[in-house]
Design a protein around this ligand. Structure first.
Ligand code: RIB
Ligand code: CA
Length: 339
């Protein structure tokens, strides 16, 4: 075989293997992000928008939580603008929890729901229609177990959609929830984490639906903390998105650092997106979970049977460990892709 023929053959082999490996790369996850922006929600949204190879964001659906719905919806549109992804529709959803009186966390996220940065009215408007209807129609017509939901706030929208049409559960691949707390107690009460406390009845509806659920509770998000070095690492990315994230986090972490005396602050919701991008950064186990919606000191508590003492079937994957530096390495690398 002449040199030229051999070279042609080798080039052909390289092309075929390159094609094979690229087609072997997993297809991006079909993703809906349900959120109550919220400082850490915005960081999560930017991380997700910077990761189109892995995450095909179908829509952002907003809910009242950290602040009222008008502001969480505006902040979601702001994040979309800052992420350069105004192609992603933002649907506004529930303005209040299913049963309990609304509560907010402006003392943590600021009156505008976004600490550390100036907010403005974004150019791109909300999508027509309500987030709950969007969930019913989209999940109801999706192929079986095809759509992942990143649940970054109270679970009200999904609970309302499931109550309206329980069959939509079939369209859900997995719901990855930032919420709950077990080993070290809550952040809004000694027993409860904010997202669950803000609407425990909704969390019970989602839990009862039987969808595949993965929880990233305070057990793990309170281990993935900022530090001076990590904020410097983010600053070193040197673009607008990273400067925005550093300004937001510098302001956002003050509350928890003072409240808990922690050396740094959590970036709760971004851990959900990091889990979807690099699950190997996290560890957990399948356990039986119960949500307490009874009035009283344990209202909103997540009772996580970590040691299986109740001998009940597992109904969630409960994430308890996270590689903090790996998280910040991922966040820095992805923010570098934005403007
Ligand atoms: O407890 C932390 C959670 O509550 C985060 O999702 C934060 O954004 C707030 O919604
Ligand atoms: Ca949130």
């Amino acid at each position: 075989m002449s040199f030229k023929a051999a070279k042609r053959l080798l080039q052909g082999v390289i092309m075929v293997s390159a094609f094979a490996s690229s087609s072997l790369m997993a297809a991006p996850r079909d993703l809906i992000i349900d959120t109550d922006p919220g400082a850490d929600d915005v960081v999560a949204l930017l991380l997700a928008m910077a990761s189109p190879e892995e995450l095909k964001i179908r829509a952002i659906t907003t809910v009242a939580g950290n602040v009222r719905l008008e502001k969480t919806s505006r902040n979601a549109r702001l994040a979309r603008e800052w992420g350069g992804r105004e192609d992603i529709p933002v649907y506004a959803g529930a303005g209040r929890p299913l049963v309990r009186a609304p509560i907010y966390a402006a003392e943590v996220h600021g009156e505008e729901g976004l600490t550390g940065v100036q907010v403005h009215e974004p150019k791109a408007p909300l999508a027509e229609g309500n987030a709950v209807q969007y969930l019913v129609e989209t999940l109801g017509s999706a192929p079986p177990h095809s759509i992942t939901i990143a649940m970054l706030g109270p679970q009200t929208n999904l609970a309302l959609a499931l109550a309206q049409q329980p069959e939509i559960a079939k369209g859900i691949k997995e719901v990855v929830v930032m919420g709950g707390a077990h080993f070290n107690g809550g952040n809004i009460t000694p027993a409860a984490e904010f997202n669950l406390f803000a609407d425990p009845h909704a969390a019970e509806v989602v839990l009862a639906s039987g969808v595949k659920l993965t929880y990233l509770p305070l057990d793990v998000t309170h281990k993935v903390l900022t530090s001076e070095a990590r904020l410097k690492q983010l600053s070193a990315v040197g673009n607008k998105a990273s400067r925005m994230v550093v300004d937001i986090l510098n302001a956002y972490v003050q509350h928890d650092m003072q409240q808990y005396g922690m050396p740094g602050g959590p970036v709760h919701d971004a851990s959900v997106i990091a889990y979807l991008l690099e699950p190997s950064l996290f560890k957990g186990r399948d356990i039986h979970l119960v949500v307490d919606s009874r009035e009283g000191p344990t209202f909103g508590q997540t009772v996580a049977d970590w040691y299986g003492v109740l001998k009940q079937p597992a109904n969630v994957t409960w994430i308890e460990e996270g590689d903090a530096q790996g998280f910040f390495d991922l966040l820095s690398a992805r923010l570098a892709r934005l403007q």
